[in-house]
Design a protein around this ligand. Structure first.
Ligand SMILES: Nc1ncnc2c1ncn2[C@@H]1O[C@H](COP(=O)(O)OP(=O)(O)O)[C@@H](O)[C@H]1O
Ligand SMILES: [Mg+2]
Length: 262
């Protein structure tokens, strides 16, 4: 049995050390702490005891093969209700997200940008952003969002759904920043985009990081994500099989082969 399999066994059964740290923190609790979450779609048990910490201001790559449970984990963290989280805790900056609705979690500073981007039809780029700012807590100004994404400023009067895929991704990130957020959850933001657009979005994710926002980046393009990220968590069958630096995954061929198929 490899060290990774051993680690995985520990991750799936119990993690006494971790829970001690989380519950009786002698050290400061993590900025975002995901602790032993379990979640179901109906009878289907999908998120099977996932734990990891995210430090303030870092980019964490959440990776794993198709069907590993990445989207489900993001949705559980965001308290969407599907999958239903039946056990576990999620703490954001001392706030118990697991006791909140998705709406309350969003007010607490969490924003999930789903894979399908959810641009609202019939509204211009600017109206899509304004809608996000309809109630406090309001985050970045529209001007600041256009500074980050000049393409959005150029197309402010255009209907949002007529934008290119890359521009729609920028709009959905911009819309998240229009709220006062602490953590950005991105589900496959690079999907279907040309490499030059991915470069552009990557640059903005670095700027967002410099502004102190914490990001969890789910990506199929693992190499891209690992080069950008500080740390990585790899999921397999709804459990954590790796938690460490992004650099180590890039350098460890066996790890990449076993869990990412790259
Ligand atoms: N709405 C759903 N109902 C039932 N099962 C689902 C649903 N969504 C996803 N699943 C299952 O949950 C598992 C994890 O899916 P998902 O979280 O989307 O994985 P990933 O994002 O890593 O590709 C898969 O086996 C998938 O078939
Ligand atoms: Mg997914």
């Amino acid at each position: 049995m490899s060290q990774l399999e051993l680690d995985r066994g520990v991750a799936n059964n119990d993690r006494p050390d971790f829970s001690k740290n989380a519950n009786h923190a002698a050290t400061a609790p993590a900025f975002l702490a995901v602790h032993d979450i379990h979640a179901y779609y109906g009878e289907s048990y999908i998120v099977q005891g996932v734990s990891f910490n995210v430090h303030e201001g870092e980019i964490l790559a959440l990776l794993g093969r198709n069907g590993a449970g990445k989207t489900s984990t993001l949705r559980a963290i965001a308290q969407i209700g599907s999958p239903m989280m039946t056990h576990g805790e999620v703490w954001l900056d001392h706030q118990p997200l697991h006791r909140m609705s998705s709406h309350e979690a969003s007010r607490a500073g969490l924003s999930l940008v789903p894979e399908d981007r959810r641009i609202i039809p019939g509204l211009t780029v600017e109206e899509n952003i304004q809608l996000a700012q309809i109630a406090p807590p309001i985050g970045w100004s529209i001007e600041r969002i256009y500074e980050l994404f000049p393409r959005l400023g150029e197309r402010r009067k255009q209907e949002g759904v007529t934008l290119s895929g890359g521009e729609q991704q920028m709009l959905s990130i911009g819309r998240a920043l229009a709220r006062d957020i602490k953590v950005l959850l991105l589900d496959e933001p690079y999907e279907g985009l040309a490499p030059v657009i991915v470069d552009e979005i990557e640059k903005t994710l670095n700027i967002i990081k410099q502004q102190g926002i914490t990001t969890i980046l789910v990506e199929q393009n693992a190499v891209r994500a690992l080069k950008l990220a500080d740390r990585a968590v790899i999921l397999e069958s709804g459990g954590v099989v790796y938690d460490g630096t992004a650099k180590e995954v890039l350098e460890n061929e066996q790890l990449r082969h076993d869990y990412l198929a790259i």
